[in-house]
Design a protein around this ligand. Structure first.
Ligand code: HEM
Length: 132
């Protein structure tokens, strides 16, 4: 279950996000790495769509009705919403808006939790005999 390279790839992005989280005082590094990770996370479903047999699994095998698929999907949507508000708070920090730093810091913890759960629920969805 945990051997699929997609899971390993997402785990690497998670570790990189934790690194950027703890290195927020290096502003340029933090912004560059976080922005790249956010872009990668938004593009990743397109990769899955193009490379996975989603029609067979979701429609033919009926996994569309599975609890794990829906939980994973809702976590991904939550992560995207948090990314949008996090970028908005980041813009606030750069413009010296009151409270923006506190928002950014609080949301940061939520993002790490939700991204971890996205990774975990995604790992549970990997097909046991899948080599891709
Ligand atoms: C495109 C995305 C992001 C941008 C542009 C951005 C930008 C910034 C900026 C400008 C700062 C202030 C740095 C300074 O003190 O000079 C900051 C701080 C910080 N960022 Fe981000 N950030 C982004 C995403 C994230 C994400 C996804 C997380 C967490 C997972 C995060 C966690 C933090 C933390 C913990 C701080 C320190 C807050 C504090 O202690 O005051 N950031 N970020």
């Amino acid at each position: 279950m945990f051997t699929a390279e997609t899971v390993i790839f997402v785990a690497v992005t998670y570790v990189l996000m934790i690194v950027a989280f703890f290195m927020s005082r290096y502003r340029t590094f933090h912004i560059a790495l976080m922005s790249s990770l956010v872009v990668v996370d938004f593009l990743f479903p397109i990769y899955l769509y193009l490379n996975k047999e989603w029609w067979r699994r979701l429609v033919e095998q009926g996994e569309l009705l599975s609890f794990m698929v829906w939980m994973h999907l809702l976590l991904v949507i939550t992560l995207y919403v948090l990314y949008v508000v996090q970028i908005s708070a980041a813009r606030g920090i750069l413009r010296d808006r009151d409270g923006a730093r506190g928002e950014h810091k609080t949301q940061a913890k939520g993002i790490l939790i939700i991204k971890g759960l996205v990774l975990l629920s995604g790992a549970f969805l990997v097909e046991p005999d899948s080599s891709v």
